[in-house]
Design a protein around this ligand. Structure first.
Ligand SMILES: *Cc1c(COP(=O)(O)O)cnc(C)c1O
Length: 372
């Protein structure tokens, strides 16, 4: 079975990890934490990096740090991971879903302004599957309507929008370093920001809001969302090779594009002239002429030894979020993507033979399922 993704970790990671281990600093203090936070913030062109336990807690802490009034609304994509909606809800706020752009799969920025109400306080932008959202529109709406931006850049490490790096756009920008992300630390996450006060609140919130002046006196409630020095050691080695990682992704995406370009009625990952696609995953969307959906395609590929993953299922279709979904609204693009989309093996360890085998299997599966 060709796996959908495997972490790209090697000697440098092992060396730093062992060094952290031998230093005795195995919890959430230590030199690697400081270095990793500094290096990742620098990579994103930001003043502060606040590491946390994962990408989900990064989002939750970011929303908390804004200290928005009860009843506030935050606009968030319907087509994303549940971490995004959950971060809003766990903070007692209301998610307002926005449908996807059919071309780039991320949020449809042309619908943004019509969703802003008198209760809207922020936009949670999520770049999807390696391709950035059209940020100029988001920045413009946010500025005119006085909204904060939380940018979830978990799926676009190192990607650029009009030359500017993703993770550089939000009042707060968040990352996950889960094993399948481009930069990985096993589990892990980070919030980056240029705002000193937001950074201070985040550092406090991730560590139970311990006060500096009087230990064990708490004037606010936080969480234990701390990251560890061991994971930061892996992360530092990863950041040091991000340019190589991005080159590998570019090569892989290019090869798949070349092999699949001729397949009719098959949507390949978005490419625009205003942003990079870093091919976090290599996604596909079946055109309407195919009389089967992505589930059937995934099953056929599995039988051919190719592991895939389905696309997200919309937030408006989640039973757990029923109370946070207005029944009247529809999300046709999200529904189409979730039923017609999947992604192929596309991790950083993939070989040329594996890309070719995956592309061949895909073509064969499409033929067989179409009865040709
Ligand atoms: C992976 C991911 C997360 C969640 O990160 P975890 O580290 O798994 O908690 C959040 N947002 C997006 C867009 C992701 O892809």
């Amino acid at each position: 079975m060709i796996p959908v993704s495997e972490p790209w970790i090697g000697e440098a990671e092992e060396k730093y990890l062992l060094d952290a281990f031998r230093s005795g600093w195995i919890s959430s203090a230590g030199a690697y934490i400081d270095k990793f936070e500094r290096e990742w913030a620098r990579h994103c062109g930001r003043k502060h990096g606040i590491s946390v336990s994962n990408g989900t807690t990064a989002l939750e802490a970011a929303v908390a740090a804004l200290e928005l009034p009860v009843g506030s609304e935050i606009i968030v994509p319907s087509f994303t991971i549940i971490s995004c909606a959950q971060a809003i809800i766990r903070n007692g706020l209301m998610p307002i879903y926005i449908d996807s752009d059919p071309k780039i799969w991320g949020m449809d920025v042309t619908k943004l302004e019509s969703l802003v109400s008198s209760s809207t306080r922020a936009i949670m932008v999520v770049h999807i599957y390696g391709h950035p959202v059209d940020m100029d529109v988001v920045l413009d709406v946010a500025k005119r309507r006085d909204l904060k931006i939380i940018e979830d850049a978990a799926e676009v490490h190192g990607a650029r929008y009009k030359g500017r790096i993703c993770g550089g756009f939000g009042d707060l920008s968040t990352f996950s370093f889960y094993a399948n992300k481009i930069i990985c630390t096993g589990e892990g996450g980070m919030v980056v920001t240029d705002d000193d006060e937001l950074a201070r609140r985040l550092r406090s919130y991730r560590n139970l809001c311990f006060r500096e002046d009087r230990r064990f006196l708490h004037t606010e409630l936080g969480h234990n969302y701390r990251f560890t020095n061991l994971q930061a050691a892996i992360g530092l080695a990863q950041v040091e090779k991000i340019e190589q990682a991005l080159k590998r992704k570019e090569w892989m995406g290019g090869l798949y594009n070349e092999l699949l370009r001729e397949v009719k009625d098959l949507e390949l990952p978005p490419r625009t002239d205003w942003a990079d696609n870093v091919y976090w995953v290599y996604g596909l969307v079946l055109g309407d002429s195919y009389p089967f959906d992505a589930t059937a395609l995934a099953e056929s590929l599995k039988q051919k030894g190719i592991q895939t993953r389905p696309f997200f299922l919309g937030m408006h279709e989640q039973p757990a979020l029923k109370a946070f979904t207005s029944p009247g609204r529809t999300f046709p693009v999200t529904e189409r993507l979730s039923r017609r989309g999947l992604y192929l093996p596309s991790g950083l360890t993939i070989t040329e033979d594996q890309v070719r085998a995956s592309a061949d299997a895909l073509k064969a599966a499409l033929r067989e399922l179409s009865g040709r």
